[in-house]
Design a protein around this ligand. Sequence first.
Ligand SMILES: C[S@@+](CC[C@H](N)C(=O)[O-])C[C@H]1O[C@@H](n2cnc3c(N)ncnc32)[C@H](O)[C@@H]1O
Length: 241
Amino acid sequence: MAEWFEGWFDEDYAQLYAHRDAEEARVAVSRALRVAPELNEGPVLDLACGAGRHLEILRRANPLAFGMDLSRTLLGMAPSGLRPWLLRGDMRRLPLKPGSLRGICLWFTPFGYFSDEENRALMLSLGATLGNGGVLIMDYFNAGLLTRTLIPENTIERGGIRAQSRRALEGDRLVKRMVLTHLDTGEVRDVQESVRLYAPDELQEMAVRAGLRLRRVLGTYAGEAFTEDSPRWIGIFEKAW
Ligand SMILES: C[S@@+](CC[C@H](N)C(=O)[O-])C[C@H]1O[C@@H](n2cnc3c(N)ncnc32)[C@H](O)[C@@H]1O
């Protein structure tokens, strides 16, 4: 059976998350370039780049930046100028040489999708693919806030789709089940997201095992310091020499 992340990141995802837009990416990348100036030069991978909203901004600063994603649909939505800089592939099998990258960015929570074992293996491979002094930007949610403020059910309408969502903590994962109704055709579809919740110290411990040292943690895309009420946990790591 296909995994949830193989089927969900399509046109409906793009419509429902359209508010995660170019402006949000511009703010996030601008701040990241200041905290991690290593991203300005050399090969930098926007991993799980989706339709390339962060990559487009990053490439204005760094013409060697490139992206990779699993979703043909989202990659197909990227601006045509980005096409030569996009790879399709599964992040669990990075087609890159050890030590070859100056930076890796994972924007908007593309971590935690797999089993704990596979997530840990992914972190190790991120560390191994960075060269010495390279940087990792890990933009993850604030698991503590999310757990405390979980909205069990809600319904929204966006981009011609009604999404009825149910959220639950199932073991160590946040599972969101959605029934999507296309308001024009009445077509109905079920989708789900299932993300392993990691506390900040768990992420840090995994990163240390991957040879990465925490440089800074931001709690918002604008660069505010992380607190327990921050919407994001954005870890900026450097590969220890
Ligand atoms: C929440 S979206 C974030 C997209 C993008 N970073 C952004 O901020 O717009 C997660 C992304 O992870 C990608 N993805 C999911 N599983 C993947 C995998 N196994 N390998 C590579 N990319 C994957 C999806 O296709 C999707 O584009």
